[in-house]
Design a protein around this ligand. Structure first.
Ligand code: TRP
Length: 451
């Protein structure tokens, strides 16, 4: 079904793989959602539990996904089928690949619309947009949400940017784009954090994020942290599996995963410090959701020395983060089209982009003309987010943990991981017991609606 290993691309080196995987992980989730969640979910309590979750559940699953991708040497569907075949497990496991491939495209349909908002604000920052009051900042964001045509233009542009990279190939497109954007992203983030320290109120931000109040440690906070650990590491959607399938045999999966988890977390923490420093320096309350970066920050930027330049850099930073993540959401399906249907990469990428773009148009309308059309009380945007983040991601993560922990059998797993004995048994045990249990808890929480 899939082509022999010799026909598949391989990342230039281990660092290229680490870079693209960080590129996938670090996205709107880390820079927009993490600071906001930390702010609204008990501050330091959330940060602490999130760090523990990344280490105990996120990292082991990240390793498992990379391992399946490399062992299966194919797109997520073929990789699951190949490994299932090798280990004489049921071919039903191929479904896990499908959930990932389709889920990734569903995520992309709304991720691209949100990234379009960022493009809109980048354009505003470039043209000297200023807001003087919170009401004006709110009104300008509302005006954008009320204008489907404008959102569609930016959404279209973002899809073209994303698909354009994937169409060029794994090395000439994906790896190259990440090699440029990721270092730029780190540089801008460090500059912004420094500027936040000088022009903003860093102590207040530090306080807000790291002052530990044990009373805030509620079950709701723990569950939110597990869920976010998942999303922020791009787990369960085939993206990591697809990237892992291009990893050479000599790289250590454990060490590379550790780098990815560390860097992803660091970016979230730095972004949080920078964003809250600016927010508090202006005496503003951190708004929730998209309001934090699209309303509160433009307001802060407008009244600070050097604000306009930093506003431009800030939106470029988020754009790069979103762009490299979106690329990883397209690749799994494109890889399937090229490997299993023999379609050339160019047409495969543009065709996939067209379908996702079309669904995204509906997302643009769900904020205005179509807001009355709901499913289970959710508009299309909310429904797609709920379906992917709360149902498909945890289910597929659970399946991956069970597949590696129980179905594959110890020997092939051990053979592919090549970890020192102690590390291997610890990791394997986590995948067998702790990870499935943790994910199940989150899932039941979602179904039960406890918070
Ligand atoms: N991790 C990205 C973020 O934090 C989002 C993302 C990219 C993602 N690829 C994914 C989430 C694959 C789940 C699966 O914004």
């Amino acid at each position: 079904m899939s082509q022999p290993a010799s026909f598949r691309s391989t990342w230039t080196n281990r660092w290229a793989f680490i870079l693209v995987t960080i590129g996938s992980a670090v996205g709107l989730g880390n820079i927009w959602k993490f600071p906001y969640m930390a702010g609204s979910q008990g501050g330091s309590a959330f940060v602490l539990v999130y760090l523990v979750c990344v280490l105990l559940i996120g990292l082991p699953l990240l390793m498992a996904e990379i391992m399946i991708g490399r062992r299966g040497r194919g797109n997520p569907v073929s990789a699951m089928l190949n490994v299932a075949g090798e280990t004489r497990s049921s071919s039903w496991w191929g479904l896990v690949g499908w959930v990932g491939v389709v889920g990734a495209l569903l995520i992309l349909s709304f991720y691209s619309v949100v990234a379009g908002w960022i493009l809109d604000y980048l354009f505003k920052a470039l043209t000297g947009f200023r807001v003087e009051t919170a009401a004006a900042a709110g009104a300008s964001f509302k005006a954008l949400l009320g204008n489907p045509g404008q959102m569609m233009v930016w959404h279209s542009l973002f899809m073209i940017l994303t698909v354009g990279v994937v169409a060029r190939g794994v090395i000439a497109g994906i790896e190259k784009a990440n090699r440029v954007m990721m270092p730029a992203l780190f540089l801008i983030l460090v500059l912004l954090t420094l500027w936040g320290g000088v022009a903003g109120d860093m102590p207040a931000a530090w306080h807000f994020m790291f002052e530990f109040k044990p009373a805030d440690l509620t079950p709701g906070v723990v569950l939110a942290a597990v869920g976010h650990a998942f999303f922020s590491l791009s787990l369960g959607m085939g993206a990591i599996m697809a990237y892992g399938s291009y990893l050479d045999q000599d790289s250590s999966i454990g060490a590379t995963s550790l780098w990815v988890a560390l860097a992803g977390t660091l970016v979230g923490l730095l972004a949080g410090l920078a964003i809250f420093s600016l927010t508090f320096a202006q005496g503003l309350e951190p708004a929730s959701g998209p309001g934090l970066i699209l309303q509160t920050l433009p307001l802060a930027f407008s009244s600070m020395p050097g604000g306009q330049i930093f506003a431009v850099f800030f939106f470029i930073l988020i754009l790069f983060a979103a762009w490299t993540s979106a690329i990883s959401l397209v690749e799994p399906f494109v890889a399937w089209l090229t490997e299993c249907l023999g379609i050339r990469r160019g047409p495969a990428a543009w065709g996939t982009g067209l379908a996702v773009w079309f669904l995204g148009l509906g997302v643009c309308l769900s904020f205005n003309n179509w807001s009355a059309y709901t499913l289970f009380g959710l508009n299309l945007f909310e429904f797609l987010d709920f379906l992917t983040s709360r149902i498909m991601m945890p289910l597929s993560g659970l399946a991956i943990a069970l597949f590696v922990g129980w179905a594959m059998g110890r020997d092939p797993v051990r053979d592919e991981m090549r970890l020192p004995d102690g590390a291997f048994s610890a990791w394997y045990r986590v995948l067998r017991y702790l990870a499935p249990l943790g994910i199940l808890l989150v899932f039941l929480h979602v179904l039960g609606g406890i918070s």
